[in-house]
Design a protein around this ligand. Sequence first.
Ligand code: NDP
Ligand code: HSE
Length: 436
Amino acid sequence: MKVVKVGLLGLGTVGGGTVNVLAKNGADISRRCGCEIIVSSASARDITRPRICETDGIQLTTTPEDIINDPDIQIIVELMGGEEPAKSLILKALSNGKHVVTANKALIANHGNELFAVAEKHNVTLAYEAAIAGGIPIVKAMREGLSANSIEWLAGIINGTGNFILTEMRDKGSAFADVLKEAQELGYAEADPEYDVEGIDAAHKLCILASLAFGMPLDFKSVYTEGISTITPLDVTYAEELGYRIKHLGVARKTDKGVEMRVHPTLIPEKRLIANVDGVMNAVVVKGNAVGSTLYYGPGAGAEATASAVIADIVDICRQLDAPSDSAVPALGFATDQLKALPIVPIEEIITAYYLRLSVEDKPGVMAAITTILGNNGISIEAVQQKEPEQHGASAQVILLTNSVVEKSMLIALAQIETLDSVNQPAIRIRVESLQ
Ligand code: NDP
Ligand code: HSE
């Protein structure tokens, strides 16, 4: 059987997981791709550190350049993370005629257009299945399985750490910082966990999904991004009382005005399957105009789950090694010369329903004043609840669900509401999606 040598740049959570899965399932993987895959070298910053995998037979180095310049290595797997030196190393590897697999969504979202062009110029593949939603084969599903469809919208829980934190806070009442620490210990979090908590990691993934869906070049800077750090247990409880779950959602939608790309906390009706995706699990709903709604579910992070996606890319490359380069599936699923930039809808123009929580003085007339302002701005109310103050003199909580409204009207209404003497704090505002 033909031997294909692979070099790993990075031997941490995903790198170690990749070695372990190749060791565990090597025989079946070889039967699938017709090659024996051997990890011949791996780089790390500190090669004396203990690893989660066996390293016997793997040449360890602190100099990744040794790997990308090794003529015996055909596939480079970049699992270091971060923009540099990963970007320069990948560019050099592609220029050296090597195929590259990466799990680095920050790099693909920010520099994918350039990197894919270099890969195409050198007739090699740059594969990135593991960059989105961990072990879920969502890139393959969108590029190949859904290629008959015009994609209308997609929505996903695409950060495992964030979903793990929200689930543990809701189910166990755990403190945010404690759950984040646990996610880091489990290998789920990014090197800088702000990327998980503030929605940046989800925004990287959403940007890639939007390009796969709509055939447009990657445009990370246009993704509107909010994280989960502002979500309070109070809102989680009130949302549940209204029949909703709060999830951190990435939404990409094609409308007459252009493309929406946004990640933010979202209320989802609890009866939707995606509202019940908990812990480190991810899920992506993709609505195609032929197939209808489809749902992809699986672990969003973790060593072996992510390795599953990394190795699937290695298998694809092995199968293509002797094939003409133009037979490969295009990086973003559309022929490169058919990618078209599309207008992006600014967040103020987006239309959604809202959950609002207002801290108000417990006195007559407050509710009437609030509903009058909402009505004057064309916002109608679907549901309203008032929670009495927990102690004398504290604020009462008014919870409102509105119907769909353009965001700028909501911002105007809330600015007016917050000038009322009886409203004590800035409003809590969370978008609501029905996902139908
Ligand atoms: P880790 O931090 O566990 O591993 C990173 C590896 O790269 C380590 O071996 C580290 O060396 C090495 N490394 C880091 N920086 C440098 C550098 N500047 N020069 C040389 N070597 C370096 O990260 P993960 O395995 O968790 O993540 C790797 C990539 O996979 C990232 O892009 C991440 O976003 C992505 N990803 C991660 C998932 C997960 O569940 N963890 C899931 C999906 C994608 P040393 O070991 O000596 O520190
Ligand atoms: N930190 C990322 C997450 C890893 O938690 O989703 C997987 O991309």
